[in-house]
Design a protein around this ligand. Structure first.
Ligand SMILES: Nc1ncnc2c1ncn2[C@@H]1O[C@H](COP(=O)(O)OP(=O)(O)OP(=O)(O)O)[C@@H](O)[C@H]1O
Length: 384
């Protein structure tokens, strides 16, 4: 399903007003002050910002139920792809507008997703115009003139947001958000993303993919209980260390019915299940992270979702889910990093019948590789 990003009939937000003012100011200054192109990005094509492409004039925001099945396509590419072809190529249903989740988490995501993606594209279009070859100084100059936000590395390595006041040679005076003005070298400055991109649910939507921008985006979401973010086809989970009500039946149902595309472990499990069912290809999900990152919990949520999808009378599913308790009793221990640390690597398999019902499971364990712990869930379809 597509949702048009045409201007809303509601009163303009202060953000919209600010953007409009910025655009007007740019228009006035256009002939003598063309903005430079975006700063350099990682060389990998997969991480190039979608915003570098010229935007379609009839731009639309697509919210589809799939997660990570874009084959590495950027947001704009996926939009164009979907516009070319009503089917998403993976047999997934598109977002159902008629399902009202009634969940604050869902609503925030929906609203933010719609507004931000479309507005940010416009803003990026503005910033991205101009020459293709640029130098660091051009960018700093541009950021200074426009009073745009930058990230400023402080002595202890912490990145603080601020605005460049003036630059002389390799050094700049930056006014930090706490009011202090500090002198920093150009090496300690990085461009920040426009406010409008704050909290985007896929990191590849960020115009500037530098370390502070990525961390800031994850932190912004984390403080709003949005612990999952996408980094292209990869799901990033930040351990909340508290219960967040995002794993209940209503959430499982909404991911099953493609009612939301907010990043979530259920979405990953759903994609794997659908790929297995549609493509008849075994699937695997790799969960990695340092000790205490939340791998075991994530694996449990994945299995819980798969049990809900492939559940029959519930007996075998609950048996599978209950194995965690036995395994943890024998194989977990308290460490300085995690009170309930799994001391072994784990490969869990779930087997499905052809119609997609669970008919068995298996778990292989292996020696723990400290700090490079992993869990691998495998899903296989019975070939009879
Ligand atoms: N999604 C979550 N929601 C709430 N709490 C969580 C979540 N994920 C992890 N936690 C908390 O973090 C703790 C550590 O998580 P977990 O045991 O899954 O880490 P791990 O990566 O498997 O660690 P290890 O490699 O040491 O086994 C859990 O006991 C739980 O309290």
């Amino acid at each position: 399903m597509m949702l048009s990003a045409s201007p809303t009939t509601l009163a303009k937000s202060s953000l919209e007003e600010m953007l409009e003012n910025l655009r007007q100011r740019d228009e006035e200054e256009k002939p003598k002050d063309l903005p430079p192109t975006l700063p350099s990005r990682p060389t990998s094509k997969a991480r190039l910002p979608s915003a570098r492409r010229s935007l379609p004039t009839n731009f639309k925001v697509v919210i589809s139920g799939e997660n990570g099945t874009g084959g590495g396509l950027s947001e704009v590419e996926r939009i164009e792809e979907t516009e070319r072809n009503e089917e998403d190529g993976f047999g997934n249903k598109k977002l159902r507008k008629d399902v009202n989740m009634g969940s604050p988490y869902y609503l925030v995501q929906q609203k933010k997703g719609e507004d931000k993606v479309s507005d940010a594209k416009d803003e990026v279009k503005e910033i991205g115009k101009g020459k293709t070859n640029w130098k660091v100084n051009d960018t700093i100059e541009y950021f200074t003139n426009k009073k745009l936000r930058v990230w400023c590395r402080q002595p202890k390595g912490v990145w603080e947001p601020g605005a460049i006041q003036s630059t002389s040679g390799e050094e700049s005076f930056v006014s930090l958000s706490n009011g202090n003005v500090v002198k920093v070298s150009a090496n300690d400055l990085l461009p920040a993303n426009p406010d409008i991109l704050e909290g985007v649910n896929d990191l590849i939507q960020l115009v500037y993919l530098n370390e502070p921008s990525v961390l800031h985006n994850l932190k912004y979401r984390y403080y709003r209980n949005m612990i999952y973010s996408k980094a292209g086809p990869v799901l990033v989970a930040v351990n909340p260390y508290k219960d967040i009500p995002i794993y209940g039946k209503d959430f499982a149902t909404s991911y099953k019915e493609k009612a939301t595309d907010s990043p979530h472990v259920f979405a990953v499990a759903d994609t794997a299940y659908n790929e297995m069912m549609n493509g008849r290809v075994n699937q695997s999900i790799i969960i990695s992270g340092e000790s205490g990152a939340g791998k075991t919990e994530t694996a449990k949520f994945t299995m819980q979702y798969l049990a809900a999808l492939g559940g029959g009378n519930g007996v075998i599913e609950s048996k599978i889910l209950d194995t965690h308790f036995i395994l943890e009793a024998f194989g977990n221990a308290k460490t300085s990093r995690n009170d309930n640390s799994t001391r072994f690597g784990k490969i869990s398999e779930i087997h499905f019948t052809e119609p997609g019902k669970i008919y068995g499971a298996g778990i292989q364990t292996c020696k723990l590789v400290e700090f490079e712990n992993f869990l691998l869930l495998l899903f296989s379809n019975k070939i009879t």
